[in-house]
Ligand binder design. Structure first.
Ligand code: NAP
Length: 243
């Protein structure tokens, strides 16, 4: 049985809030510190075995360099970035998006955590948690995280802009588009060929008219890039065109 560490979560943003909620649901004790707090970081860490950094990727290494020398003990440093690989800290990246609404215990338990191959495994970092866990090699972390951002963040930008366009340009409430989004999600999970539409059908004239209609819009380049990417995928793997 692995020894249970005492945790300090650093940060007051999205991830810190959700990890604390998960720990609350499991009744695992922890402390929390952010740079807005009155007490010093060194004092907050006293007695903590594991410091879990929930701060921007770019701040992680400088934070450890700045704070570690002043500590009179040697805690385990953990970060949650999917992109960063550093000898200064272990990592566990939750393959999930964290928004305003907290989740249920079942949802938190189903989040996969991705650790770095050859470094501390998930059970060593968080012995109390039973989440699914996978490893990614250090040299593939940038590629892995680029895909997380493409899939999760960029599709969010698309849908958010579509909802805004429905409301502002067509006077259609955003909720009217929710069943469409839900079906796209379901088909992605359950259909072998979820892609429909003019790219899948090869409706070249429709695609040209779409591009013309998007003249001057920020998303015109995105549409054109998808057409180019679809053509590249087709030459590699023709199944993308089936519908
Ligand atoms: N959000 C997600 O969906 C998600 C998913 C997977 C992994 N992650 C990872 O989780 C980590 C945190 O992301 P987040 O989305 O929670 O960020 P966030 O909501 O922007 O919160 C960042 C927090 O870090 C603090 N902070 C910023 N710079 C700092 C510094 N130099 N020193 C100390 N504290 C600093 C901020 O404090 P102030 O309020 O004082 O600015 C804020 O409390 C990142 O490594 C990210 O890659 C996030």
């Amino acid at each position: 049985m692995l020894e249970k560490p005492s945790y300090l979560f650093v940060g007051a943003g999205r991830l810190a809030r959700h990890l604390c909620a998960y720990f609350d649901l499991l009744e695992i004790s922890y402390r929390r510190w952010s740079r807005q707090d009155k007490i010093s970081f060194a004092r907050a860490t006293s007695g903590c075995d594991s410091i879990v950094l929930c701060i921007p990727d770019d701040a992680i290494e400088s934070f450890i360099h700045q704070e570690a020398p002043a500590l009179n003990h040697k805690p385990a440093w953990v970060h949650c970035s999917g992109n960063l690989s550093t000898p200064l800290a272990q990592s566990a990246h939750p393959l999930m998006t964290f928004g305003q609404n907290l989740m249920t215990l079942k949802e938190y338990r189903s989040i996969p955590f991705i650790t770095e191959a050859g470094r501390a495994d998930f059970k060593t970092i968080f012995p109390e948690l039973d989440n699914p866990t996978y490893e990614v090699k250090a040299e593939l972390k940038n590629f892995y995280h680029a895909w997380c951002v493409l899939a999760g963040n960029f599709s969010t930008m698309l849908w958010q802009s579509f909802f805004d366009t429905c409301e502002k340009r067509f006077d259609i409430p955003r909720t009217a588009a929710f069943p469409y989004l839900e079906k796209v999600t379901q088909q992605l999970q359950h259909d072998t060929n979820p892609l429909s539409g003019p790219l899948a059908r090869g409706d070249k004239n429709t695609i040209k008219e779409h591009l013309d209609s998007l003249e001057g819009e920020p998303f015109k380049d995105v549409y054109a890039a998808f057409v180019k990417t679809f053509t590249a995928l087709e030459s590699k793997e023709p199944s993308h065109a089936k519908h």
